[in-house]
Design a protein around this ligand. Sequence first.
Ligand code: DGL
Length: 269
Amino acid sequence: MKNYAIGVFDSGMGGLTAVKELNTILPNEDIIYFGDTARVPYGSRSRETVLRYAQQDVEFLKKHKIKMIIAACGTVSSVVGTGSLAPDMPFTGVIHPAVQAACATTQNGKIGIIGTPATIKSGYYEKAIKAINPQMQVVGNACPLFVHLVENGYIQRDNKITILAAKEYLEPIMKENVDTLILGCTHYPVIKDIIADIVGTDVKLISSGAEAAKFAYNCLIEKDLLSDRKEKGKNTFFVSDSVSLFEENAGNFLGHPVNGEVFSCSLGD
Ligand code: DGL
């Protein structure tokens, strides 16, 4: 069991920001990643649809030898809340890990959140922050274009379209003088330089995917499930759309070309 893989899924490639962190902090672990690239984005769909897709994603991962599941998707995490999509094994979404990090980081008690329309509409990030500290001030804004821009590679620091969209989305948050900003969708760290240029260096950015990876690390230690493999673990990627499209763009999320085999699979509708 200890040498089973960590299962990670997202609506698309955003969850790779969690894989990147896992590869750094847990280099000996095998990772099985599923990206539902044929149905991305989830963030503009109904709660019921997101939940159905997420259940199918988990079912797919469970066909493999896995010991834990990370829902590396802010949208799925906001629908699942404090529940679990896999009660028979350790499971985490991205919201609680990100919120814990943000509450530990803020100095002035003002936290901003950006995410998909579904995530922001759920109000779940805010609820989770207030559960830790009711005095915190929280301001959120939905960024409906970001997932499309990132999945399609509009990520260069000087990309005029992404800068324009980011200014529009971030302005209402910056008016509230937040000192900590949660990137509540796992796609957003890919454009963190653009976001940082707009919000300034005094605002600390929290990557929800990376925080979920750190949370998983602690969870595996606690459950005595860390791999005892001596050699490096391997990544295996599954996508519901084109393998070559994934291979073309995944490097933007991982910070290097895809390091593992990539397979295409289908989950039904
Ligand atoms: N990476 C997903 C998230 O964190 C993107 C959601 C979507 O598909 O809209 O929310």
